[in-house]
Design a protein around this ligand. Sequence first.
Ligand code: HEC
Length: 140
Amino acid sequence: MTTALVLGALSLSASAAGDARQLVTLPAAAQDSLREEMLANLRALNAILVLVAEGKVREAGTLAEESLGLSAMGKNRSLPLEARPGAHMPPAMHGLGMDGHKAASEFARIAASGDRDKTVAALPLLSGACVACHHSYRVR
Ligand code: HEC
């Protein structure tokens, strides 16, 4: 399902001359939290890839669950409403974020088996939602 979303998003942008992404306006505080969260996502993704490359697939799974999976949800719950990005996203955009958390947990489940080949094959589960959302939405 994630793959279909990515392919759909890619063909959409490839066919448009300008920037076809939907502009979503977030309060400045929410934009700040989103940017911080995104940089953390990128660092986590890289750290997971490093662990997989080193053959430490169970550790990669644990990190994926904690940093990107369903366990990573709700971190902004204690922030004021204007600082919570998810609260200001259109439902479809929010759904892509949810899909990403679910897919990362699915990756974590596969990596927990310790099977390196299956874990490598499951790596796109980590990046599919990033690409799908970035190709569909912008905030400025
Ligand atoms: C639900 C939508 C969504 C998902 C899913 C998503 N992002 Fe983002 N990301 C955004 C938006 C919107 C911005 C633009 C933020 C801005 O311009 O302030 C962004 C910006 C970024 C940036 C740039 C931060 C900067 O320096 O300004 C990085 C890096 C990034 N995302 C990485 C990731 C990674 C890695 C993933 C997947 C693990 C991911 N994102 C998943 C919506 C998403």
